[in-house]
Write a protein that binds this ligand. Structure first.
Ligand SMILES: [Fe+2]
Length: 333
């Protein structure tokens, strides 16, 4: 399938081996903040949560930190907040910096995502481009961002990507794509296509020489462990830091990896990975202020409202139990 928002620019493509290179930095605690989607209050909430850590964490904003922030003040708040930390490109940032208008929003949406979702997304990015054009210094910084980063946490190699280990906007690590398939998730998303099996994922771990893959991009959070030769590996997709993720809950989600062994009190689900602690953390942003800002920028009748108001006000259908896969556990279990 092709067309704006459906296409996959060649610049998106890389190989799992490309993740096997030198590490960018070492951290005792790492926050992977994917899919802020232009929510300045989520940025505040992540920073507040970080201040409660026993040692200051390193952040990686792994793409799509801009999106619904077409308001210039919100755009600058997000740009300045992210500039203080590590960041990688998402398809939104790529779309802001590339001349390739055919990429649309650059989401590389698969066929099972409806045309209206793709059209709304393209229109949101189209308006965001106009805001971004007034910030050339920030655009220059975005253009220099890497597509992926490999870091170490307590000596364990962690790949941070936006989509999957083959493409910046890949969907192979979407919750609906991975095996064993969850029939409810696949029915709800309308998923069709080739599932991503454990062999494929273990092959990526091997070729990239990593223990953990952190990703985002596909909208629904989950974490799943994989085993080979007595070694445990982990895929952690944080869904969205800036939008609600779970039914009945309005918070965002980020991925936390830490050498500190104690599970955080607010952890949503997690596991211990051979001395490395993984947890999904809630991002308790100010929902009222975020909703008011969103409605100010994207009132009824706009593509942003059409595409995202229901998620901001009503969240998704996903239950938290569906996100804790394999050996990943909910608190108390
Ligand atoms: Fe994305």
């Amino acid at each position: 399938m092709s067309g704006p928002g459906r296409s996959c620019p060649l610049a998106y493509r890389y190989r799992a081996e490309d993740l096997a290179g030198p590490v960018a930095f070492e951290a005792a605690t790492l926050y992977v903040v994917g899919g802020l989607y232009g929510n300045p209050w989520a940025l505040d909430a992540v920073r507040e949560r970080a201040a409660a850590e026993p040692t200051p964490p390193e952040f990686v904003f792994n793409g799509d930190f801009h999106y619904l922030d077409a308001d210039p003040a919100d755009f600058r708040t997000v740009a300045d907040g992210v500039a203080a930390h590590h960041a990688t490109l998402g398809n939104v940032e790529y779309a802001l910096t590339a001349d390739d208008a055919e990429a649309g929003c650059g989401c590389d949406y698969p066929g099972y995502v409806s045309d209206s979702v793709v059209a709304d997304s393209n229109a949101v990015v189209g308006r965001l481009r106009a805001t971004a054009a007034a910030h050339p210094e920030h655009l220059a910084r975005l253009a220099d961002l890497p597509r992926h980063l490999t870091v170490t946490v307590g000596g364990r190699r962690v790949a941070v990507v936006h989509g999957d280990p083959e493409s910046l906007a890949g969907w192979k690590l979407a919750l609906e794509a991975v095996e064993p398939g969850d029939p409810t998730v696949r029915a709800r998303t309308g998923w069709s296509g080739t599932p991503t099996g454990t062999d494929q994922i273990l092959d990526w771990f091997s070729r990239a020489e990593i223990d953990v893959i952190c990703c985002t991009h596909t909208g629904l959070p989950y974490a799943q462990d994989h085993h080979r030769a007595g070694r445990r590996h982990l895929v952690a997709n944080n869904g969205s830091a800036g939008l609600p993720n779970f039914t009945g809950r309005r918070h965002g989600v980020i991925t936390r990896l830490s050498t500190h062994a104690d599970p955080p009190a607010d952890g949503l689900y997690g596991l211990e990975l051979n001395g490395l602690r993984f947890d999904a953390l809630p991002v308790d942003f100010d929902t009222e202020r975020w909703t008011a800002a969103f409605l100010g920028t994207w009132p009824p009748g706009t593509p942003g409202h059409h595409g995202y108001h229901s998620r901001i006000s009503d969240s998704t259908w996903l239950r938290i139990e569906q996100a804790a896969r394999g050996g990943v556990r909910l608190p108390g279990n």
